[in-house]
Design a protein around this ligand. Structure first.
Ligand code: TMP
Length: 450
């Protein structure tokens, strides 16, 4: 007799199955942290009103899917004298209602954004990217000196300077005091504030609001989008960049997950949240080599038929950023981490010297999760003066300048700033030509030589 195998229907989740998958020991802590209902940051739903006990996981909209354990705040490098950086749980949830992949908002903003060590201008790639960005939008909107550009999370003013060069009036909003003052010193007017309705009501309406790699950081996403809608003129445009979650999952780049990044956007949940605040995603551009895969969204306060690329990428995402894609990712991550650590340990056994290349926030996650400490890496070299002389939290690996690194070059560099692979490999031609090699962690750990 032939057996009939029932196909798995991806669209209807069997809650019993989800519960069984969550029962592993690694999720105990996550479930504990979920003792109160988590509302989704995108759609606001915490449970499906299906009747029965409200504590039953069958009714939950938000389920924990990836548990990276307790990890330190990624961007809070330690000074040699103050070595405390409390770890916080890092658990990724999936919302079954709107498909937004997200963290719970556990860490006070002031702990992450008062003093900031990330500078947009730290890489040539980003400087050039933002210059082309300003050029493209100035043309698209036909911006003139009468128009004002508002950049939220304006960092050191790199993008706004590019708009200034093209004649626009600009205003930056940046909560990190130290970074805002770098922008001011460079001639970019900057308010040291968070972007909220109270602030927006004091501002004139603008033609263009930009926010790059900011929406992921926002706890009150819907309030933020409502504030953007408030400050835009009717013929205005909201332009933003975000890493595409489908790329994060496909590339296995779990180090993109850190406490600052509260949401991991797909187009589906984003389109919905924008629409509910009166903004329509009308167009997209896609940059596969920026931060491992970035999309630039164009949202308008008036309805227009979305462009072909919006439709095409949204369709791809149906399978590439759904519950099952996230579940498969959660299974691949610990295997990749073991593999990477084993590779480095084998090199150590052969007596090789290894250092980190770059000290991005991502490195804190990669190194701590994989257990790659000072027994493996001698130091991490980074061009950002604000980071040099400090320690990567948790693993306490010292960050040194490239000049210092060159006096004691390793045999292998672990490419922690893998998102600048092309720029860095081109810059390190001499290291490669002399027999040096890189270990690139994603999508699977591999060696790169000359
Ligand atoms: P990010 O991945 O968060 O953008 O950070 C990249 C880090 O890598 C940043 O601290 C600057 C550093 N970096 C170098 O040290 N050398 C380089 O050549 C580049 C491109 C970046």
């Amino acid at each position: 007799m032939r057996e009939h195998v029932m196909p798995v229907r991806r669209s209807s989740i069997r809650w019993e199955m989800v519960e069984i998958e969550l029962r592993g020991a690694q999720f105990r802590e996550a479930k504990h942290a979920m003792s109160s209902w988590l509302p989704c940051r995108g759609c606001g739903l915490s449970d499906f009103p299906l009747g029965g006990s409200p504590w039953s996981p069958r009714h939950r909209a938000m389920v924990p899917m990836v548990d990276l354990g307790n990890l330190p705040l990624a961007n809070r490098l330690l000074s040699v004298t103050s070595t405390s950086n409390a770890p916080y749980p890092l658990v990724v949830y999936y919302c079954h209602n709107c498909a937004l992949i997200q963290l719970a908002d556990l860490v006070p903003r002031t702990e992450m954004f008062t003093d900031y060590v990330y500078l947009t201008s730290a890489s040539k790639t980003m400087m050039e990217h933002f210059d082309r960005y300003a050029e493209g939008i100035t043309r698209r909107l036909d911006l003139t000196a009468k128009d004002r550009v508002l950049d939220v999370g304006s960092n050191d003013g790199t993008l706004l300077k590019a708009f200034q060069r093209r004649g626009a009036r600009v205003l930056g909003i940046e909560p990190a005091r130290n970074v805002a003052s770098i922008a001011e010193a460079a001639g970019v007017p900057t308010l040291t504030n968070y972007f909220d309705l109270k602030l927006a009501k004091r501002l004139e309406k603008v033609r263009l609001v930009t926010a790059n790699n900011i929406l992921s950081h926002v706890g009150s996403l819907r309030d933020f989008l409502a504030t953007v809608a408030h400050v835009l003129r009717p013929n205005g445009l909201f332009v933003f960049e975000l890493p595409w979650v489908a790329d994060v999952l496909r590339n296995n780049s779990f180090d993109m997950i850190y406490h600052e990044h509260l949401s991991y956007f797909g187009l589906k949940p984003l389109t919905r949240a924008l629409r509910e605040e009166g903004l329509f995603l009308v167009d997209l551009e896609y940059y596969p080599s920026i931060h491992g895969g970035t999309f630039r969204g164009f949202a308008s306060p008036s309805f227009e038929e979305p462009s072909h690329l919006v439709k095409e990428m949204s369709a791809r995402e149906e399978k590439e950023a759904d519950f099952w894609a996230l579940r498969d990712f959660s299974e691949r991550v610990p295997k990749l981490a073991h593999h990477l650590r084993d590779m480095l340990l084998s090199l150590k056994k052969e007596g090789k010297r290894i250092a980190g290349y770059g000290a991005p926030a991502k490195a804190t996650i990669l190194l701590n999760y994989c257990g790659i400490g000072r027994d493996i890496l001698d130091y991490a070299s980074d061009t950002t003066p604000l980071k040099q002389g400090k320690l990567i939290p948790g693993v306490k690996i010292p960050v040194v300048s490239p000049e210092l690194a060159r006096t004691k070059p390793p045999d292998y560099y672990l490419l922690l700033a893998w998102n600048f692979r092309q720029e860095i490999l081109a810059k390190e031609r001499e290291f490669l030509d002399k027999g040096g090699r890189f270990v690139v962690p994603f999508p699977q750990p591999e060696f790169v030589d000359s």
